[in-house]
Design a binder for this molecule. Structure first.
Ligand SMILES: Nc1ncnc2c1ncn2[C@@H]1O[C@H](COP(=O)(O)OP(=O)(O)OP(=O)(O)O)[C@@H](O)[C@H]1O
Ligand SMILES: Nc1ncnc2c1ncn2[C@@H]1O[C@H](COP(=O)(O)OP(=O)(O)OP(=O)(O)O)[C@@H](O)[C@H]1O
Ligand SMILES: [Mg+2]
Ligand SMILES: [Mg+2]
Lengths: 258, 258
């Protein structure tokens, strides 16, 4: 069976897209097949995997019924990684979903055929920085959530918002199987006390839920998107690439493919 | 007259809140009076100015008509700075505004009394990382927009999205006076080529619109929010505080108080 994982956090700029793109790359290196779904109208996961935004190629026409999901899935330059790309029209998804009955089931409804076909080992959803309906409907469609978090104060303040949203969707029956797969600390800068303090605080609150692997701040990670490549392929021996490979191994151990 | 400025960018984590909080602080040091409006349900500007989130204290009850805006304005610990705070209920604003007629005029409608009373020299709106209705309705209520931008690739990719949204609101008559006040480059890391490349590229595209002042990446800036203080007060002689003071001087020159 396919594992459907949302990478989410309503706080902006905490490494969601970077994690989706590099986790997909590192999993594909191990021979696993991944479908990335770009749920952000900014379409950063789309360009981070080497594709241009194209009008009409996003989940939006699937949500309105204008297109079939099978026609929207695109290959990427990377073996084992396919994508449902994004473009600006997706910003209209919030209003579109709100119009439909039972809006929390909308994303699950359009993806069901893909998710149950068993073609992919993993589906990774790159969520926008939001608490809106597209985000909650996507969480309702997922098996689990990886929360990425910068080692900074504002990011820590917002952590309980996303973790309680996950608990709510599980306990109110919308998605009874939804799990917090783990919390990934990113952009760790070893030279500052703040980063070490934040990691210590998050580990003391969330214990085992926090992944052992911590992603360091590494300039090669932020250079890679301008070449449309995950850092894992752009600079395979960089600290960033090694950290994301270590994360993919830990992720696959804790959330094994079906 | 009061100058109403939105600090906006749909890309997450690009220094919007940090700029609102520190611009407000540096302007208040010059004897000017500022009203900060926290339009993000994450309420980072609220905590960054030393206040706790409180249920019922946000623009949300004003939008639904349950409260009067004058009752929601709170003092902060800092002389010359008042705030319309935020809390999680504000996440419901999107749906609330969408229900009303002429939703682009809703934010202007509820703020009009405050904006025309002339009590404040500046109103600074901290926008959420979004392309939703609350964000566009806020832009429709502003005189000008400061766009903050990290010196990174994904942030550069999204710049044309916010600048064309501003142009659209001006040319389609929703807000004929709306100006791009300027683009502020933040989190500049002098040790990386990427940052210098991005600044060069943005200056060549947007020319004069880019502020001379560039805010460096400075750990004191990211430490300050955990003490509920702008860096301008937390560590007045830090590179971060000096950069934001220089920015406030440049901002006040280009966008003088009424
Ligand atoms: N470990 C890292 N080291 C250095 N730079 C990083 C790292 N992780 C991410 N970045 C950079 O930081 C910025 C923010 O990361 P990213 O865009 O992945 O976050 P996000 O959570 O997806 O943002 P948004 O909320 O806008 O979707 C990007 O420019 C990215 O290249
Ligand atoms: N110049 C800087 N140097 C170092 N850290 C910074 C700087 N500016 C902002 N930060 C830190 O980077 C993070 C992102 O900044 P901030 O929260 O202000 O961005 P934002 O655009 O408001 O994010 P969001 O999109 O979630 O609203 C914060 O943790 C902040 O403390
Ligand atoms: Mg992203
Ligand atoms: Mg913010």
């Amino acid at each position: 069976t396919t594992r459907v994982i949302a990478i989410a956090n309503q706080k902006g700029g905490v490494g969601k897209t970077t994690t989706v793109v590099n986790l997909a790359a590192a999993l594909s290196e191990k021979g696993l097949t991944v479908l990335v779904i770009d749920l952000d109208p900014q379409a950063n996961a789309t360009s981070g995997l080497g594709l241009q935004r194209q009008p009409g190629l996003s989940l939006y026409p699937v949500l309105t019924g204008a297109a079939d999901v099978a026609d929207i899935i695109q290959p990427t330059p990377y073996e084992g990684i396919n994508i449902i790309p994004s473009e600006l029209d997706l910003a209209g998804a919030e209003v579109e979903i709100a119009r439909q009955e039972n809006h929390l089931a909308v994303v699950r409804g359009v993806l069901d055929r893909v998710l149950t076909a068993g073609v992919f080992d993993y589906v990774l959803m790159d969520c926008p920085p939001s608490l809106g309906i597209l985000m909650t409907s996507s969480l309702a469609a997922a098996d689990g959530v990886v929360v990425t978090m910068q080692c900074e104060y504002y990011a820590m303040e917002g952590l309980s918002v996303i973790t309680s949203l996950i608990d709510q969707l599980r306990t109110n029956g919308v998605n009874p199987g939804l799990r917090l797969e783990g919390i990934l600390m990113t952009m760790f800068d070893g030279r500052t006390r703040l980063a070490a303090d934040v990691v210590g605080e998050v580990r003391s609150h969330f214990g085992e839920a926090v992944y052992e692997t911590v992603i360091p701040r590494n300039v090669r990670i932020s250079e890679a998107p301008s070449f449309g490549q995950p850092v894992v392929f752009y600079d395979p021996s960089s600290r960033g690439a090694e950290a994301y490979r270590a994360f993919a191994a830990e992720f696959a151990r804790r959330t094994p493919p079906g």
